[in-house]
Ligand binder design. Structure first.
Ligand code: SF4
Ligand code: SF4
Length: 235
């Protein structure tokens, strides 16, 4: 019912499924039927997605958003004809940009995996309702999006500091933390959505969860070395 429901995940999924172009139609800005003004959210999401497309080498003109009322049939026809023509000119997704099919697939997969992280980092800008078109043109910049991907944050549990209190394991929203009683905890990087909850949750006196940016995440400690032997038990 509302273009505000359009998520980055939907847009990237459409391209991953081979769509050559994606069109989002929303109600006119400032004419929301509800009080949510989700069309602003859709606009921000599309602008961010267009910059991400640029970052991975896709032509951002393959994604378009327009705002109109249900009574504007002639305008809708005009816009759709124009967009259809544009997408034909751009050619099939990836081929038009001379990106190898496998390379495009892996780029789209890598970005899709980072969607929760991207939305978290950009949440303030994604919620903005700007007035002027010029402000929207500069809402997300290419440099900013390039930096976002260059400085992606990862989380790692320092095996020398983890006290196996299990707090992070219980709070992780995607069950990405492997651990148990008296077991040094480990983050499964494949499952981790980089929400930072474990970083916040680990008691400061342990400080075992580390934030890592711009360098590789250390490999997980081998399973056979994860058992913590407490001093009282040693005796
Ligand atoms: S950053 Fe979030 S998703 Fe990743 S391990 Fe920590 S709590 Fe789980
Ligand atoms: S909260 Fe910290 S100390 Fe406790 S299990 Fe997680 S990483 Fe280890």
């Amino acid at each position: 019912m509302c273009s505000g429901r359009v998520d980055l995940e939907f847009l990237l999924r459409a391209f991953s499924n081979g769509s050559d172009g994606v069109f989002i139609g929303g109600c006119r800005l400032n004419e929301c039927n509800y009080i949510t003004e989700g069309n602003y959210d859709a606009l921000n999401m599309v602008l961010l997605c267009r910059k991400i497309m640029e970052h991975i080498g896709l032509n951002p003109e393959r994604l378009r958003i327009e705002f109109m009322s249900s009574g504007e049939g002639i305008l809708f026809t005009k816009v759709m004809n124009d967009f259809g023509k544009k997408v034909k000119e751009l050619g099939p997704l990836g081929k038009g940009e001379e990106i190898d099919e496998d390379e495009l697939k892996s780029k789209l997969e890598a970005v899709t995996k980072l969607i929760p992280y991207i939305k978290l980092v950009k949440r303030e800008k994604l919620a903005l309702h700007l007035d002027k078109e010029e402000e929207y043109n500069e809402l997300f910049t290419s440099d900013e999006v390039d930096r976002l991907f260059r400085e992606v944050i990862s989380y790692h549990i320092d095996p020398d500091k983890c006290q196996a209190c299990m707090i992070c394991l219980k709070k992780c929203p995607v069950e990405a933390i492997v651990g148990g009683k008296n077991q040094i905890h480990v983050i499964d990087q494949e499952k981790c959505i980089k929400c930072g909850t474990c970083f916040e949750a680990c008691p400061p006196r342990f400080g075992a969860v580390k934030k890592i940016s711009g360098e590789p995440v250390p490999p997980p400690i081998p399973e056979e070395e994860r058992t913590i032997v407490r001093k009282s038990k040693k005796k």
